[in-house]
Design a protein around this ligand. Structure first.
Ligand SMILES: NC(=O)c1ccc[n+]([C@@H]2O[C@H](COP(=O)([O-])OP(=O)(O)OC[C@H]3O[C@@H](n4cnc5c(N)ncnc54)[C@H](OP(=O)(O)O)[C@@H]3O)[C@@H](O)[C@H]2O)c1
Length: 355
Protein backbone atom coordinates (compact mmCIF):
# COMPACT_ATOMS: atom_id res chain seq x y z
CA UNK A 1 0.00 0.00 0.00
CA UNK A 2 1.21 3.54 -0.77
CA UNK A 3 2.85 5.48 1.98
CA UNK A 4 1.16 8.40 3.70
CA UNK A 5 2.91 11.51 5.01
CA UNK A 6 2.66 12.34 8.69
CA UNK A 7 3.96 15.26 10.76
CA UNK A 8 4.53 15.20 14.53
CA UNK A 9 4.22 18.25 16.76
CA UNK A 10 6.01 17.87 20.10
CA UNK A 11 8.30 15.21 18.64
CA UNK A 12 11.10 15.69 21.19
CA UNK A 13 8.99 14.75 24.23
CA UNK A 14 8.61 11.27 25.68
CA UNK A 15 5.47 10.48 23.66
CA UNK A 16 6.76 12.21 20.53
CA UNK A 17 10.00 10.21 20.54
CA UNK A 18 8.00 7.04 21.08
CA UNK A 19 5.89 7.92 18.03
CA UNK A 20 9.07 8.33 16.01
CA UNK A 21 10.50 5.05 17.33
CA UNK A 22 7.39 3.10 16.31
CA UNK A 23 6.80 4.92 13.03
CA UNK A 24 10.39 4.22 11.90
CA UNK A 25 9.15 0.64 11.36
CA UNK A 26 5.72 1.44 9.93
CA UNK A 27 5.39 0.07 6.39
CA UNK A 28 2.90 2.72 5.19
CA UNK A 29 3.88 5.90 7.00
CA UNK A 30 6.57 8.42 6.20
CA UNK A 31 7.31 11.04 8.84
CA UNK A 32 8.08 14.26 6.95
CA UNK A 33 8.12 16.71 9.85
CA UNK A 34 8.99 16.64 13.55
CA UNK A 35 8.65 19.78 15.64
CA UNK A 36 10.48 20.90 18.75
CA UNK A 37 11.53 24.40 19.72
CA UNK A 38 14.04 23.27 22.32
CA UNK A 39 15.71 20.74 19.95
CA UNK A 40 15.45 22.79 16.74
CA UNK A 41 18.20 21.96 14.27
CA UNK A 42 19.05 18.65 15.94
CA UNK A 43 18.89 15.49 13.85
CA UNK A 44 16.29 12.97 14.95
CA UNK A 45 18.88 10.18 14.87
CA UNK A 46 20.89 11.96 17.56
CA UNK A 47 18.00 11.07 19.91
CA UNK A 48 16.89 7.87 18.24
CA UNK A 49 19.80 5.87 16.79
CA UNK A 50 17.64 3.73 14.51
CA UNK A 51 16.00 6.72 12.80
CA UNK A 52 16.55 6.06 9.08
CA UNK A 53 16.86 9.57 7.57
CA UNK A 54 18.35 13.02 8.05
CA UNK A 55 15.10 14.44 9.44
CA UNK A 56 15.78 17.46 11.67
CA UNK A 57 13.65 18.79 14.53
CA UNK A 58 12.20 22.10 13.38
CA UNK A 59 10.39 24.88 15.25
CA UNK A 60 6.65 24.35 15.78
CA UNK A 61 5.72 27.46 13.78
CA UNK A 62 7.82 26.39 10.78
CA UNK A 63 6.18 22.98 10.67
CA UNK A 64 2.75 24.55 11.03
CA UNK A 65 3.43 26.81 8.04
CA UNK A 66 4.30 23.94 5.69
CA UNK A 67 1.83 21.22 6.70
CA UNK A 68 -0.63 20.31 3.92
CA UNK A 69 -4.10 18.78 3.88
CA UNK A 70 -2.68 15.66 2.19
CA UNK A 71 -0.79 14.95 5.41
CA UNK A 72 -1.97 13.82 8.85
CA UNK A 73 -0.78 15.43 12.08
CA UNK A 74 0.06 13.73 15.34
CA UNK A 75 0.14 16.03 18.36
CA UNK A 76 2.26 15.04 21.36
CA UNK A 77 1.96 18.46 22.99
CA UNK A 78 0.50 19.72 26.29
CA UNK A 79 -3.31 19.95 26.35
CA UNK A 80 -3.47 23.73 26.26
CA UNK A 81 -1.16 23.78 23.23
CA UNK A 82 -3.07 21.00 21.48
CA UNK A 83 -6.34 22.87 21.95
CA UNK A 84 -4.91 25.62 19.72
CA UNK A 85 -2.99 23.42 17.25
CA UNK A 86 -5.99 21.18 16.54
CA UNK A 87 -8.06 24.20 15.57
CA UNK A 88 -5.34 25.57 13.25
CA UNK A 89 -4.86 22.20 11.56
CA UNK A 90 -8.54 21.29 11.32
CA UNK A 91 -9.34 24.66 9.71
CA UNK A 92 -6.71 23.88 7.09
CA UNK A 93 -8.28 20.51 6.31
CA UNK A 94 -5.69 18.40 8.14
CA UNK A 95 -6.81 15.34 10.14
CA UNK A 96 -5.33 15.14 13.61
CA UNK A 97 -4.63 12.46 16.19
CA UNK A 98 -4.11 14.37 19.43
CA UNK A 99 -2.37 12.57 22.30
CA UNK A 100 -3.35 15.23 24.83
CA UNK A 101 -6.62 15.57 26.72
CA UNK A 102 -7.66 18.73 24.85
CA UNK A 103 -10.50 17.10 22.92
CA UNK A 104 -11.37 14.06 25.05
CA UNK A 105 -14.27 15.65 26.93
CA UNK A 106 -17.46 17.09 25.50
CA UNK A 107 -18.47 19.50 28.22
CA UNK A 108 -16.39 22.70 27.95
CA UNK A 109 -16.91 23.42 31.66
CA UNK A 110 -15.03 20.22 32.48
CA UNK A 111 -11.87 21.85 31.09
CA UNK A 112 -12.06 24.61 33.67
CA UNK A 113 -12.77 22.12 36.46
CA UNK A 114 -10.25 19.39 35.57
CA UNK A 115 -7.63 20.91 33.25
CA UNK A 116 -7.52 24.40 34.73
CA UNK A 117 -8.17 26.35 31.49
CA UNK A 118 -11.19 27.55 29.59
CA UNK A 119 -11.38 25.59 26.34
CA UNK A 120 -10.76 28.09 23.53
CA UNK A 121 -12.85 26.21 20.93
CA UNK A 122 -15.78 24.53 22.71
CA UNK A 123 -17.65 24.18 19.41
CA UNK A 124 -14.96 21.76 18.18
CA UNK A 125 -15.36 19.34 21.10
CA UNK A 126 -18.42 17.70 19.57
CA UNK A 127 -16.49 17.04 16.36
CA UNK A 128 -13.77 15.03 18.11
CA UNK A 129 -13.93 11.23 18.30
CA UNK A 130 -12.68 9.41 21.38
CA UNK A 131 -10.06 7.01 20.06
CA UNK A 132 -10.29 3.98 22.32
CA UNK A 133 -10.02 1.28 19.65
CA UNK A 134 -11.65 -1.32 21.91
CA UNK A 135 -14.82 0.83 21.81
CA UNK A 136 -14.65 1.87 18.19
CA UNK A 137 -12.56 0.06 15.59
CA UNK A 138 -14.48 0.93 12.44
CA UNK A 139 -12.14 2.02 9.68
CA UNK A 140 -12.92 5.49 8.43
CA UNK A 141 -10.87 6.65 5.41
CA UNK A 142 -12.19 10.17 5.80
CA UNK A 143 -13.27 12.45 2.99
CA UNK A 144 -13.30 15.34 5.46
CA UNK A 145 -10.75 16.12 8.20
CA UNK A 146 -11.14 14.28 11.50
CA UNK A 147 -10.11 14.97 15.07
CA UNK A 148 -9.21 11.85 17.03
CA UNK A 149 -8.70 12.34 20.76
CA UNK A 150 -6.26 9.63 21.78
CA UNK A 151 -7.19 8.36 25.27
CA UNK A 152 -5.10 9.16 28.35
CA UNK A 153 -2.72 6.55 29.75
CA UNK A 154 -4.49 6.04 33.09
CA UNK A 155 -7.86 6.33 31.39
CA UNK A 156 -6.97 3.58 28.89
CA UNK A 157 -5.98 1.16 31.63
CA UNK A 158 -8.89 2.07 33.90
CA UNK A 159 -11.43 1.69 31.10
CA UNK A 160 -9.96 -1.57 29.78
CA UNK A 161 -10.12 -3.09 33.28
CA UNK A 162 -13.65 -1.83 33.99
CA UNK A 163 -15.32 -2.35 30.59
CA UNK A 164 -16.09 -6.08 30.87
CA UNK A 165 -17.60 -5.57 34.34
CA UNK A 166 -19.84 -2.78 33.10
CA UNK A 167 -20.80 -4.37 29.78
CA UNK A 168 -21.74 -7.69 31.42
CA UNK A 169 -23.60 -5.82 34.17
CA UNK A 170 -21.62 -7.55 36.93
CA UNK A 171 -21.37 -4.57 39.27
CA UNK A 172 -23.89 -2.40 41.08
CA UNK A 173 -24.30 1.38 40.74
CA UNK A 174 -21.99 2.44 43.56
CA UNK A 175 -18.89 4.44 42.62
CA UNK A 176 -16.02 2.41 41.18
CA UNK A 177 -12.78 2.93 43.06
CA UNK A 178 -9.73 3.06 40.80
CA UNK A 179 -6.16 3.10 41.98
CA UNK A 180 -3.55 3.93 39.33
CA UNK A 181 0.24 3.71 39.52
CA UNK A 182 2.56 5.10 36.89
CA UNK A 183 6.28 5.46 36.26
CA UNK A 184 7.79 8.93 35.97
CA UNK A 185 7.67 9.26 32.17
CA UNK A 186 3.91 9.65 32.64
CA UNK A 187 4.61 13.20 33.77
CA UNK A 188 6.52 14.12 30.60
CA UNK A 189 9.80 16.01 30.51
CA UNK A 190 8.52 18.92 32.56
CA UNK A 191 11.11 20.36 34.91
CA UNK A 192 9.62 19.92 38.35
CA UNK A 193 11.39 19.55 41.69
CA UNK A 194 8.96 16.80 42.69
CA UNK A 195 10.14 14.73 39.72
CA UNK A 196 13.85 14.86 40.57
CA UNK A 197 15.49 11.45 41.07
CA UNK A 198 16.16 12.30 44.71
CA UNK A 199 12.46 12.93 45.31
CA UNK A 200 11.09 9.96 43.37
CA UNK A 201 13.55 7.14 44.05
CA UNK A 202 12.67 4.75 46.92
CA UNK A 203 9.32 6.45 47.42
CA UNK A 204 5.67 6.14 46.33
CA UNK A 205 3.15 8.92 46.59
CA UNK A 206 -0.38 9.77 45.44
CA UNK A 207 -0.91 12.95 43.48
CA UNK A 208 -3.80 15.15 42.26
CA UNK A 209 -6.02 13.30 44.74
CA UNK A 210 -9.75 13.68 43.88
CA UNK A 211 -8.88 16.02 41.02
CA UNK A 212 -6.98 14.00 38.43
CA UNK A 213 -8.01 15.08 34.92
CA UNK A 214 -8.55 11.51 33.69
CA UNK A 215 -11.51 11.09 36.07
CA UNK A 216 -14.16 12.67 33.79
CA UNK A 217 -12.69 10.87 30.79
CA UNK A 218 -13.08 7.47 32.48
CA UNK A 219 -16.61 8.35 33.63
CA UNK A 220 -17.59 9.53 30.17
CA UNK A 221 -16.45 6.32 28.42
CA UNK A 222 -17.95 3.96 31.01
CA UNK A 223 -21.23 5.90 31.18
CA UNK A 224 -21.49 5.75 27.40
CA UNK A 225 -21.15 1.97 27.45
CA UNK A 226 -23.33 1.40 30.53
CA UNK A 227 -26.03 3.81 29.28
CA UNK A 228 -26.20 5.20 32.81
CA UNK A 229 -24.11 7.62 34.84
CA UNK A 230 -21.05 5.74 36.09
CA UNK A 231 -19.14 7.48 38.89
CA UNK A 232 -15.51 6.72 39.68
CA UNK A 233 -13.16 7.71 42.46
CA UNK A 234 -9.71 7.70 40.91
CA UNK A 235 -6.34 8.18 42.61
CA UNK A 236 -3.04 8.31 40.73
CA UNK A 237 0.30 7.33 42.29
CA UNK A 238 3.82 8.06 41.15
CA UNK A 239 6.18 5.12 41.50
CA UNK A 240 9.95 4.97 41.04
CA UNK A 241 10.24 3.37 37.63
CA UNK A 242 10.69 4.92 34.19
CA UNK A 243 7.68 3.56 32.35
CA UNK A 244 4.71 1.26 32.95
CA UNK A 245 1.29 1.76 34.48
CA UNK A 246 -1.08 -0.43 36.49
CA UNK A 247 -4.67 0.27 37.46
CA UNK A 248 -6.54 -1.70 40.13
CA UNK A 249 -10.30 -1.33 39.98
CA UNK A 250 -12.59 -2.11 42.93
CA UNK A 251 -16.35 -2.44 42.41
CA UNK A 252 -19.25 -3.96 44.33
CA UNK A 253 -20.36 -7.23 42.65
CA UNK A 254 -24.06 -7.69 42.02
CA UNK A 255 -25.52 -10.44 44.15
CA UNK A 256 -25.18 -13.89 42.65
CA UNK A 257 -22.25 -13.01 40.36
CA UNK A 258 -19.67 -15.80 40.21
CA UNK A 259 -16.04 -15.96 39.08
CA UNK A 260 -16.98 -17.94 35.94
CA UNK A 261 -19.16 -15.04 34.76
CA UNK A 262 -16.30 -12.65 35.38
CA UNK A 263 -13.96 -14.85 33.32
CA UNK A 264 -16.51 -15.06 30.51
CA UNK A 265 -17.05 -11.28 30.53
CA UNK A 266 -13.33 -10.70 30.00
CA UNK A 267 -13.04 -13.29 27.25
CA UNK A 268 -16.16 -12.03 25.46
CA UNK A 269 -14.91 -8.46 25.62
CA UNK A 270 -11.39 -9.08 24.39
CA UNK A 271 -11.48 -12.29 22.33
CA UNK A 272 -11.29 -10.29 19.11
CA UNK A 273 -9.10 -7.56 20.57
CA UNK A 274 -5.66 -7.37 19.07
CA UNK A 275 -3.76 -5.66 21.81
CA UNK A 276 -5.55 -6.63 25.00
CA UNK A 277 -4.64 -9.94 26.61
CA UNK A 278 -6.65 -11.55 29.36
CA UNK A 279 -4.27 -13.18 31.85
CA UNK A 280 -5.44 -15.78 34.35
CA UNK A 281 -2.36 -17.67 35.46
CA UNK A 282 -0.96 -14.55 37.16
CA UNK A 283 -2.10 -10.95 37.72
CA UNK A 284 -1.35 -8.37 35.01
CA UNK A 285 2.05 -6.75 35.46
CA UNK A 286 3.94 -3.94 33.81
CA UNK A 287 7.44 -5.42 33.43
CA UNK A 288 6.95 -7.57 30.34
CA UNK A 289 4.92 -4.87 28.58
CA UNK A 290 7.73 -2.34 28.32
CA UNK A 291 7.97 -1.16 24.71
CA UNK A 292 4.88 -3.19 23.72
CA UNK A 293 1.45 -2.04 22.57
CA UNK A 294 -0.21 -4.84 24.52
CA UNK A 295 -2.27 -4.28 27.64
CA UNK A 296 -2.93 -7.08 30.08
CA UNK A 297 -6.22 -7.37 31.97
CA UNK A 298 -7.47 -9.69 34.68
CA UNK A 299 -10.24 -9.77 37.28
CA UNK A 300 -10.92 -11.65 40.50
CA UNK A 301 -14.11 -11.88 42.52
CA UNK A 302 -13.35 -11.56 46.22
CA UNK A 303 -16.24 -13.74 47.46
CA UNK A 304 -15.75 -12.75 51.08
CA UNK A 305 -16.37 -9.02 50.54
CA UNK A 306 -18.31 -9.32 47.26
CA UNK A 307 -15.75 -7.03 45.67
CA UNK A 308 -14.77 -7.36 42.04
CA UNK A 309 -11.11 -6.48 41.66
CA UNK A 310 -9.96 -5.89 38.10
CA UNK A 311 -6.51 -4.96 36.83
CA UNK A 312 -4.98 -3.55 33.68
CA UNK A 313 -1.29 -3.07 32.99
CA UNK A 314 0.32 -1.31 30.02
CA UNK A 315 3.28 0.78 28.91
CA UNK A 316 2.14 4.38 29.39
CA UNK A 317 4.17 5.53 26.37
CA UNK A 318 2.96 2.80 23.99
CA UNK A 319 -0.58 1.47 24.56
CA UNK A 320 -1.10 4.51 26.84
CA UNK A 321 0.09 7.02 24.20
CA UNK A 322 2.07 6.49 20.96
CA UNK A 323 1.07 2.89 20.17
CA UNK A 324 -2.59 3.64 20.64
CA UNK A 325 -2.17 6.76 18.49
CA UNK A 326 -0.75 4.56 15.72
CA UNK A 327 -3.74 2.22 16.08
CA UNK A 328 -5.88 5.31 15.53
CA UNK A 329 -3.76 6.41 12.60
CA UNK A 330 -4.11 2.95 11.01
CA UNK A 331 -7.86 3.09 11.49
CA UNK A 332 -8.07 6.60 10.08
CA UNK A 333 -5.98 5.81 7.01
CA UNK A 334 -7.30 2.33 6.32
CA UNK A 335 -4.02 0.54 7.06
CA UNK A 336 -3.73 -2.89 8.67
CA UNK A 337 -4.66 -2.53 12.37
CA UNK A 338 -1.31 -3.98 13.46
CA UNK A 339 0.84 -2.02 11.02
CA UNK A 340 3.94 -0.65 12.71
CA UNK A 341 3.04 -2.34 15.98
CA UNK A 342 3.61 -6.05 15.37
CA UNK A 343 5.67 -8.14 12.98
CA UNK A 344 3.58 -9.46 10.08
CA UNK A 345 4.19 -13.09 11.04
CA UNK A 346 2.70 -12.45 14.44
CA UNK A 347 -0.62 -11.43 12.98
CA UNK A 348 -0.88 -14.58 10.89
CA UNK A 349 -0.16 -16.74 13.91
CA UNK A 350 -2.72 -15.00 16.11
CA UNK A 351 -5.45 -14.01 13.68
CA UNK A 352 -8.85 -14.65 15.22
CA UNK A 353 -7.55 -16.54 18.24
CA UNK A 354 -8.96 -15.69 21.64
CA UNK A 355 -6.92 -13.36 23.81
N1 LIG B 1 3.92 10.76 29.02
C1 LIG B 1 2.91 9.92 28.94
O1 LIG B 1 2.94 8.80 29.49
C2 LIG B 1 1.67 10.30 28.19
C3 LIG B 1 0.68 9.33 27.99
C4 LIG B 1 -0.49 9.67 27.31
C5 LIG B 1 -0.66 10.97 26.84
N2 LIG B 1 0.30 11.91 27.09
C6 LIG B 1 0.06 13.25 26.59
O2 LIG B 1 0.90 13.49 25.48
C7 LIG B 1 1.30 14.87 25.44
C8 LIG B 1 2.82 14.94 25.48
O3 LIG B 1 3.24 14.35 26.69
P1 LIG B 1 4.76 14.00 26.97
O4 LIG B 1 4.76 13.29 28.26
O5 LIG B 1 5.39 13.39 25.79
O6 LIG B 1 5.35 15.48 27.20
P2 LIG B 1 6.84 16.01 27.20
O7 LIG B 1 7.81 14.90 27.32
O8 LIG B 1 6.88 17.09 28.23
O9 LIG B 1 6.99 16.67 25.75
C9 LIG B 1 6.18 17.77 25.38
C10 LIG B 1 6.45 18.11 23.92
O10 LIG B 1 5.57 19.18 23.59
C11 LIG B 1 6.32 20.25 23.07
N3 LIG B 1 5.76 21.53 23.51
C12 LIG B 1 5.74 22.04 24.75
N4 LIG B 1 5.14 23.25 24.75
C13 LIG B 1 4.79 23.50 23.49
C14 LIG B 1 4.15 24.58 22.84
N5 LIG B 1 3.73 25.65 23.51
N6 LIG B 1 3.94 24.51 21.50
C15 LIG B 1 4.33 23.43 20.82
N7 LIG B 1 4.95 22.35 21.39
C16 LIG B 1 5.18 22.41 22.70
C17 LIG B 1 7.74 20.07 23.58
O11 LIG B 1 8.63 20.61 22.63
P3 LIG B 1 9.82 21.63 22.97
O12 LIG B 1 11.05 20.95 22.55
O13 LIG B 1 9.53 22.82 22.14
O14 LIG B 1 9.76 21.91 24.44
C18 LIG B 1 7.86 18.56 23.65
O15 LIG B 1 8.29 18.05 22.40
C19 LIG B 1 0.65 15.53 26.69
O16 LIG B 1 -0.53 16.15 26.33
C20 LIG B 1 0.38 14.34 27.60
O17 LIG B 1 -0.70 14.56 28.47
C21 LIG B 1 1.47 11.60 27.72
Amino acid sequence: MASHEVVIFGASGYSGLELLRLLARHPNIEVVGASSDSSRGERVFSRLPEWPSDLVFEPHDDLMRRVTRAQTALLATPAKTSAELVKLLFDRGVSVVDLSGAYRLQDPRAYVDWYGFAHPYPELLAKAEYGLIELNDRRVRPQTPRIIANPGCYATAAILASLPLVVANLIDNSPIVIDGKSGVTGAGKTLDEKLLFGEVAESVRPYRVARHQHTPEIERALSFVAKRQVVVSFTAHLIPMRRGLLTSVYARARSGVRQEEVDRALTDMYAAGRFVRVVRDRPPETGILTGSNFAEVGAVLDERTRTLIAFAALDNLVKGAAGQAIQNLNRLLGFEPNAGLLPERFEQRNAGSPA
